[in-house]
Unconditional design. Structure first.
Length: 140
């Protein structure tokens, strides 16, 4: 055949291949390994988890202190509230003796829920060491 004849024959189109880089493998180690081997990257992961937990605790402490100090402040600012009663019990005593406890339970539930979410996000970020152990056992 002539060269002109070759130009008119259909050419085979190569398949497109997409190559993606795993961002967790930038250093060659998985984040779980980074944590276990106490590398600078692993320490940064750990510091971020501890910082997130500390900030959550401080936010909850601020909410708790605000909640507990608001009742006496309201009684000081509005003296008429001191004379009000609920079932014969002064409203200040009622608020601090009974109404605070359901609010404390709700605050504790919110804290536990957010702490669990923070830890789950951390596990998603670094990977679950149990799944790494299971993968290693399957490969062996």
């Amino acid at each position: 055949m002539t060269e002109a004849g070759d130009a008119h024959e259909p050419r085979e189109v190569p398949q497109r291949v997409v190559v993606r880089r795993d961002p967790t493998r930038a250093t060659g180690l998985r984040p779980v390994s980074e944590l276990a081997e106490r590398t600078p990257v692993g320490d940064a992961y750990l510091r971020s988890l501890i910082r997130a937990q500390l900030l959550l605790s401080l936010r909850m402490l601020v909410v708790l202190v605000t909640m507990l100090t608001s009742v006496p402040l309201l009684l000081i600012l509005w003296p008429g509230l001191r004379r009000a009663t609920v079932g014969g019990v002064p409203i200040g005593w009622f608020a601090l003796g009974f109404a605070v406890y359901p609010m404390l339970v709700l605050l504790a539930l919110a804290f536990v829920r957010r702490a669990n979410r923070t830890e789950a996000e951390f596990v998603d970020l670094v990977g679950d060491p149990r799944s790494d152990q299971a993968a290693g056992a399957r490969q062996s």
